[in-house]
Each structure stands twice: as C-alpha cells, then as structure tokens.
Write a protein of this length. Structure first.
Length: 246
C-alpha cells in the first residue's frame, strides 16, 4: 500500500493505492540437476575478481563503450519534483478516447476513513461520465494515469507511453466475398456471450497443480490433449462447417 494525495485544482484528497493484480502462477526454484540443491546467483566483478555486496553496487550509464557516468540514489531523488509525488490531475477526458492498448497496471484507490472530498470527487466523475488524466511517480518511475469509476470503486490505471507500444506495419487487407463476410458475422453472432471473469480459469496452472499432486503420489505426468488443427483450406467451407458445429 502506498499513501499519496490526489491533487484536484486547489483540493487535496489523501488516499492510498493498492495493486489489484497479483501473479497467481505456481513458482518453482532452480536446482542443480546432480544434487537438487538450490542455485544461488552471485554478483561478481570480473575486474576485481570477487563477489560484490549490494551496498557496493551503483547505477551507471554507458555513454560509449566501457565508459560510464554514475548517478547516485540521492541524485535520482533530486530529479523528482514535489508535484510528481502526488497524483496531479491535468484534465478530464472521455474513457472512449483511450485505446485499451495504453492501459498497463491497475490500482484500487481508497481512503482510511470517510472523506467528503473523496466522495464528492467520485460523484463528480459519475455525473460528468469522464475519467481523470493525471501524472505521478510510483516507486521510481514516472507515469501518466487515469482515475476511473467502476463497480468496485475508484480505479487508477497506469498508461504506457506511445514509444513503449510497438505495432508492426499493417500488410493491407485481403479480398473476401460478401457471402464470406455474412457467414463470418453469423458465426460471431452465434457465439455471442456475456463477459463473466468468474468463468475464466487458468487451465495451464490447473494442469501444473494436478501434475504436482501426481508426482507426489508417484504417478507419471500425463500428456495434455492437443486440439487438432483444421486442415480445411477452403475459407467458405470452414465457415459453413463451423456454423454447423456451434
């Protein structure tokens, strides 16, 4: 949990932010195959030919081959402005203007006790149907963020910068017939459903858990079923058969 402040005009709202997402993957340790001992990672200086402690490690920027300038933690802190230590709102926008590709991490924004300013801020967002665009620093990284209302409360999403998003150049559109389009639309409509995240199960992690149980019981790990790929080359025929199998 990180304590911070939403700066909204001349209004300051003390809040806390907590990451919503957690890594749910089963973790494994790296072992030496011969004796099953855990592998250790040693920070080693090849020039001094010895192991280096964390306290003796500093950050360096290589401006040309084998030449570095160093910047201390104190100097990094000097680069941060006081304004960036809060969630500084720069404006309000329509959420539809933001392509989901820009959304990175999610945080829940809350308060320690009832806050009139916090409640008013949320009510104003709901009334205007807008989201707040703000800037802040989390850990040592500068972010633009959005603050938006959801059924779970006030959510803060960090945003990627445009230079962080790499999209390959489009190859152009291939030709298709009106009948093929109609069949594709019909197939999509036949598979229409409501989004229910509770039904989203990490099937691979479930198989890993079962594999661990099997190994503990002395059983062999069974090979997962592989879904056969369709070898139908004719697009129209593939669409027609897909509709029959729905």
């Amino acid at each position: 949990m990180k304590k911070t402040t939403i700066s909204f005009g001349l209004v300051s709202i003390p809040v806390s932010i907590n990451p919503i997402i957690k890594n749910n993957d089963i973790s494994f340790n790296q072992l030496h195959k011969k004796c099953l001992s855990r592998i250790k990672y040693v920070k080693y200086c090849p020039h001094c030919k010895k192991e280096v402690k964390q306290v003796d490690i500093i950050k360096g920027y290589q401006y040309k081959k084998d030449d570095y300038i160093t910047i201390t933690d104190e100097e990094f802190n000097n680069l941060k402005s006081e304004d960036e230590k809060v969630i500084d709102i720069v404006g309000f926008i329509d959420l539809k203007e933001i392509d989901p590709i820009y959304l990175e991490k999610s945080y829940i924004v809350g308060v320690a006790s009832k806050s009139k300013a916090f409640s008013l801020f949320k009510a104003a967002l709901k009334e205007t149907k807008r989201v707040a665009l703000a800037k802040t620093i989390i850990s040592t990284k500068f972010y633009y963020v959005i603050l938006r209302l959801t059924s779970d409360g006030l959510i803060m999403n960090t945003l990627y910068f445009p230079e962080e998003i790499v999209i390959p150049e489009a190859l152009g559109e291939a030709k298709y017939t009106k009948k093929e389009l109609d069949l594709a639309v019909k197939l999509i409509n036949s598979l229409k459903m409501k989004f229910n995240p509770d039904k989203m199960i990490d099937e691979y992690q479930e198989r890993v858990k079962l594999a661990i149980e099997d190994k503990l019981d002395g059983k062999k790990i069974k090979k997962a079923r592989v879904q056969k790929e369709s070898n139908i080359k004719d697009l129209m025929k593939a669409l027609e058969l897909s509709l029959k199998n729905v």
